[in-house]
Design a protein around this ligand. Structure first.
Ligand code: ADP
Length: 386
C-alpha cells in the first residue's frame, strides 16, 4: 500500500487503481467529495515536493487557485462539484522558491464511491504559448489571405477583361473589392484594438448615451454589412426587433466604445444565425436596480455548447463547426467586447445551448445624475491638479 493520509480506509486496491496510479508519470491524487486527500502518487509527491503526506489533508493545502480558476471543488467550496479544467491553471503553494515548476494543470474525474481522481501535470507556458501562437497564425493568415485572394482575383479579371465586361458586372466586381478591403481594414483595426486592450491602453470619454438612437444606428450599419455582395448573407436584409423600455434610457459610457460593443454583438448574431431569422434586442433598467441598464441580444442561430461558453471570450478562439469556415471571423470580437464592457464598468454574460440560439446580455451603468456629477467633479479636480 502506498503512503497515504487515510491508508486504513483506502481501498483503491479493490479498484485495481493503485498499481496504475503508482506508475503514472502524471501526478495523481484521490480525494473524497469534501476535498480530503486520500491518496497521492509518487509523481505528484515529487512534483509538489511535499515532505510529508501527514501534513496534507486537503487539496487546497497544496494548491492555491489564482483568480482564473472556476472549479468550485478546487476553490474548496462546500458544495464544490469537480469540474474538468480545460484551460487555466492552479499554482502550488508548497514551493514558492520554484514558481515556474509549480504551475500545474488540473483535471478531475469521478471514480465512483464518492471519490474524485485529480490529475495534476506541470503547466507548460511554452505549450500554451505555442497553442495561442498557432491559433493566431492560422486565424490571422486565413483572414488576411481570403480577402487578398479575392481582391487580386477580381482586380486581375477587371484588368484582363474589363473592356469586354458589361458595366453592371464591373460595378459588382469593384464593390466586392471594396468590401474585401473593408474586411482587411476591420481585421487590422481589431488586431490593434485587441493589442491596446491587452496592454491596458484604453482611453474612455464618458457621457450620457441615448440608447435607442445608438442601437438603431448600429442595427443600420450591421444590416448594411449583411447586404454587401461579399457577405455570406448577401442580399437578405437582417430583421432586428428592437425594444427599448423606457425609450429615454441613457447609458453612462464612451459612445464609440459602446457602439463597438453593440456592433460586435449584433454582427455575431447576424453572422451566426440563418437568413430570415430575426435578431431581437431588448433594453431595460435592471428590475432590482434602476441605476443599471441591461441590453439583451438574442438570436436563433445554432447556439454554442455550454462548456465552450467561457472560451469564446478569449482571443482568437472560434468554435469548431462548419460555420467557422463559412463565416468571416478572427475570434477577436468577443474578447474586445468583453474588455470594453468591463473597462466601462459593465459586465457581459452569454447563455446558449446547441440548437437553441444564443443570448448575450451586457449590463452598463445608467447615466444617473449622481454618476454625471461625480464624473464632472473628478474631471474638474484633475484639471485643477494639472
Ligand atoms: P469571430 O470573429 O470568430 O466572430 P468572436 O470573438 O466574436 O469572433 O466570437 C468567438 C466565437 O464565438 C465565434 O467564432 C463563434 O464560434 C462563437 N459565437 C459568437 N457569437 C455567436 C453567436 N451569436 N452564435 C453562435 N456562435 C457565436
Amino acid at each position: 500500500m502506498p503512503e497515504s493520509n487515510h491508508a486504513d480506509s483506502l481501498s483503491l486496491d479493490d479498484l485495481g487503481a493503485v498499481p496504475l496510479l503508482e506508475s503514472l508519470t502524471s501526478g495523481a491524487m484521490v480525494c473524497d467529495a469534501a476535498g480530503q486527500v486520500l491518496y497521492v502518487n509518487p509523481a505528484l509527491r515529487q512534483l509538489l515536493g511535499t515532505p510529508s503526506l501527514q501534513t496534507v489533508t486537503r487539496l487546497n493545502d497544496w494548491i492555491q487557485p489564482p483568480p482564473k480558476v472556476d472549479c468550485a471543488f478546487c476553490l474548496g467550496l462546500p458544495d464544490g462539484e469537480p469540474t474538468p479544467l480545460h484551460s487555466g491553471f492552479l499554482q502550488s503553494a508548497s514551493q514558492p522558491a520554484q514558481p515556474e515548476a509549480l504551475k500545474v494543470k488540473v483535471k478531475h474525474s469521478t471514480l465512483g464511491a464518492g471519490w474524485i481522481l485529480t490529475l495534476v501535470d506541470p503547466f507548460s507556458e511554452d505549450t500554451t504559448l505555442t497553442q495561442a501562437h498557432s491559433d493566431f497564425v492560422s486565424t490571422v493568415s486565413h483572414e488576411f489571405r481570403t480577402p487578398l485572394t479575392s481582391i487580386k482575383g477580381f482586380a486581375d479579371t477587371l484588368l484582363r477583361y474589363g473592356t469586354q465586361l458589361p458595366d453592371e458586372e464591373k460595378r459588382r466586381f469593384i464593390s466586392i473589392i471594396k468590401d474585401q478591403a473593408d474586411r482587411l481594414i476591420r481585421l487590422v483595426e481589431n488586431l490593434l484594438a485587441a493589442s491596446r486592450l491587452s496592454a491596458g491602453r484604453v482611453e474612455l470619454s464618458y457621457r450620457p448615451i441615448p440608447l435607442k438612437k445608438l442601437l438603431e444606428k448600429t442595427m443600420e450599419s450591421v444590416r448594411a454589412k449583411t447586404m454587401a455582395p461579399s457577405s455570406a448573407h448577401s442580399g437578405t436584409p437582417r430583421v432586428f426587433q428592437l425594444s427599448v423600455h423606457p425609450e429615454s434610457i441613457e447609458v453612462w459610457a464612451d459612445a464609440d466604445k459602446l457602439e463597438q460593443v453593440f456592433i460586435n454583438l449584433l454582427d455575431n448574431a447576424a453572422k451566426y444565425s440563418p437568413d430570415g431569422t430575426p435578431v431581437s434586442v431588448r433594453a431595460e433598467f435592471l428590475p432590482e436596480d434602476d441605476a443599471q441598464v441591461r441590453i439583451v441580444v438574442q438570436d436563433q442561430g445554432p447556439g454554442i455548447p455550454a462548456e465552450l461558453l467561457p472560451k469564446i471570450f478569449t482571443q482568437f478562439y472560434r468554435v469548431e463547426s462548419p460555420l467557422k469556415q463559412q463565416v468571416e471571423g478572427t475570434g477577436l470580437g468577443l474578447y474586445i467586447t468583453q474588455s470594453l464592457t468591463t473597462a466601462m464598468g459593465g459586465r457581459i454574460l452569454a447563455e446558449s445551448a446547441p440548437g437553441q440560439g444564443s443570448t448575450f446580455t451586457v449590463i452598463f451603468p445608467a447615466a444617473t445624475p449622481e454618476r454625471q456629477a461625480i464624473y464632472q467633479r473628478r474631471l474638474y479636480a484633475s484639471e485643477v491638479e494639472r
